[in-house]
Ligand binder design. Structure first.
Ligand SMILES: *[C@@H]1O[C@H](CO)[C@@H](O)[C@H](O)[C@H]1NC(C)=O
Ligand SMILES: *[C@@H]1O[C@H](CO)[C@@H](O)[C@H](O)[C@H]1NC(C)=O
Ligand SMILES: *[C@@H]1O[C@H](CO)[C@@H](O)[C@H](O)[C@H]1NC(C)=O
Ligand SMILES: *[C@@H]1O[C@H](CO)[C@@H](O)[C@H](O)[C@H]1NC(C)=O
Ligand SMILES: *[C@@H]1O[C@H](CO)[C@@H](O)[C@H](O)[C@H]1NC(C)=O
Ligand SMILES: *[C@@H]1O[C@H](CO)[C@@H](O)[C@H](O)[C@H]1NC(C)=O
Length: 399
């Protein structure tokens, strides 16, 4: 037993010891010979490395995502840090290679055939992906080549801010071997998702799902890697949505200010202007696009309409109070209106009174003014509350 293991050890030693620099270098030369890389022309690195040139070479792609470095809704860009896994099998004649040396050879990108894959929807580059810093690993027993360059991908992504700040964005990274048609290079995927096992959490966006698929369009094969991200909405809820809701809540209270203090119009205008400021703030975060527009913008505009209506109605009511000072009579139409309101509001506990009785009741300007104040205060509060509920509840429920 002892003797046997020492013989094995010895054999191993011989094999390991005998992989010399020059034998490895010879193999490199042999590999490169098939690409004519020592010629002056170097054209062979563009021929697909398969024996039957009527067939396509099958490149398997995968993607690994390490970080989301940014999503800019205003300019419609997404940037991620990741790596691409590309692999293919070279069918070159390696019969003269000495297989008793190393199995894996790290090659220079320019010395062997590599698929010239580009990111179709890239924003900042038209070059092929994969810097020459990252080198393919060549397995000489099968001709299998693996190339995993790290990449920083900046792609165009059309933002959908309808549900801002509870929005989800879906962005695609579309790759294609630009110079080769689908009958020369085909793409396959190593997985139907993006590998996110080494993904670093982002504080502004959370990763919801990833997807990968291939398709043929026109003459080319495409690989489509998609990521879906969800905005972390807490920051915007506290700093943007809450102020808007609070401001909406106080607009209607203009009706409760004493008419004599002359503060009502100033208060309404201040509310209106505060909405303008909040609208400007929201617009900073949104693209200048009309389709689709953010529901939050519509909400603010409707609230601005409410506050201008508050302003106009208050001017009318203040005129009523002034009429009282002039000692005019309450017009018949206004009396009827007041009666209708009184009837509606107080029907339950004033059932004993008949309409005729009330017509004879003393309806003076003071009563009319106070009644209208209360009526409009409740009406506005209810309308705004109902509108807010209808508008923001579905928005919030998406999160
Ligand atoms: C193949 O490589 C082994 C180990 O480096 C060496 O011993 C052997 O002579 C080589 N064979 C040829 C034909 O070069
Ligand atoms: C051919 O490739 C070699 C090695 O990569 C390089 O040194 C040489 O400049 C290339 N020749 C041409 C004409 O591109
Ligand atoms: C390419 O390779 C993948 C997996 O390696 C395989 O599923 C697919 O059938 C191959 N496609 C072609 C056209 O050979
Ligand atoms: C591979 O190359 C060797 C010599 O380099 C040659 O003898 C052999 O016929 C070739 N095989 C094929 C299938 O072309
Ligand atoms: C090279 O390819 C062979 C055949 O597929 C495989 O058995 C071997 O493990 C590979 N070598 C390495 C270092 O991956
Ligand atoms: C990429 O895939 C996503 C998700 O499947 C899909 O929505 C999108 O339309 C695809 N893009 C293209 C250009 O096919």
């Amino acid at each position: 037993m002892n003797c046997f293991s020492s013989v094995v050890m010895c054999l191993l030693f011989i094999i390991v010891d005998s992989i010399t620099y020059s034998s490895v270098k010879n193999n490199y030369k042999e590999i490169l010979r098939y690409y004519d890389s020592f010629d002056t022309v170097n054209s062979s690195t563009t021929i697909t490395p398969i024996q039957d040139q009527t067939q396509a070479i099958n490149v398997t792609m995968g993607m690994n995502m390490y970080a989301l470095s940014g999503f800019d809704a205003v300019s419609g860009q997404i940037e991620i840090v990741g790596s691409l896994q590309m692999s293919w099998t070279n069918e070159v004649n390696l019969s003269s290679i000495n297989t008793s040396t190393l199995e894996i050879y790290v090659m220079s990108v320019d010395a062997i055939w590599t698929p010239s894959i580009i990111l179709v929807n890239a924003i900042d580059t038209v070059e092929k992906v994969g810097s020459s810093t990252y080198r393919p690993r060549y397995n000489i027993s099968t001709g299998f080549v693996e190339w995993n360059p790290r990449v920083i991908l900046k792609a165009a992504c059309d933002p959908d801010v309808t549900y801002y700040p509870f929005d989800r964005q879906t962005c695609s990274f579309i790759f294609t071997p630009w110079n080769y048609n689908y009958d020369q290079v085909t793409l396959a995927l190593s997985s139907s998702t993006i590998d996110t096992s080494q993904y670093d959490l982002n504080s502004a966006w959370s990763l919801v799902e990833t997807n990968a698929e291939t398709y043929i369009s026109g003459e080319n094969y495409y690989a489509n890697f998609t990521i879906t991200i969800q905005r972390q909405y807490m920051y915007f809820t506290i700093n943007l949505v809450m102020p808007i809701l609070l401001l909406s809540a106080i607009t209607g209270f203009a009706f409760l200010l004493p008419a004599a203090s002359n503060e009502r119009i100033g208060f309404s205008i201040t509310c209106f202007l505060a909405f303008v400021v909040l609208l400007q703030t929201v617009m900073q975060f949104l693209p200048e696009s009309s389709s689709p527009m953010s529901l939050l913008c519509y909400y603010i505009v409707v609230m601005m309409m409410f506050s201008s209506a508050v302003c106009i109605i208050n001017i009318m009511i203040l005129r009523l109070y002034k009429s009282a000072e002039r000692g005019d009579d309450v017009p018949k139409s206004l009396k009827t209106f007041v009666q209708i309101i009184q009837c509606t509001i107080c029907r339950r506990w004033k059932e004993s009174l008949t309409t005729e009785d009330k017509a004879e009741l003393n309806v003076d300007w003071e009563t009319v003014g106070r009644l209208l104040d209360i009526f409009f205060f409740i009406a506005f509060l209810a309308a705004q509350g109902g509108f807010t509920f209808l508008f923001l509840l579905p928005l919030g429920l998406r999160s």
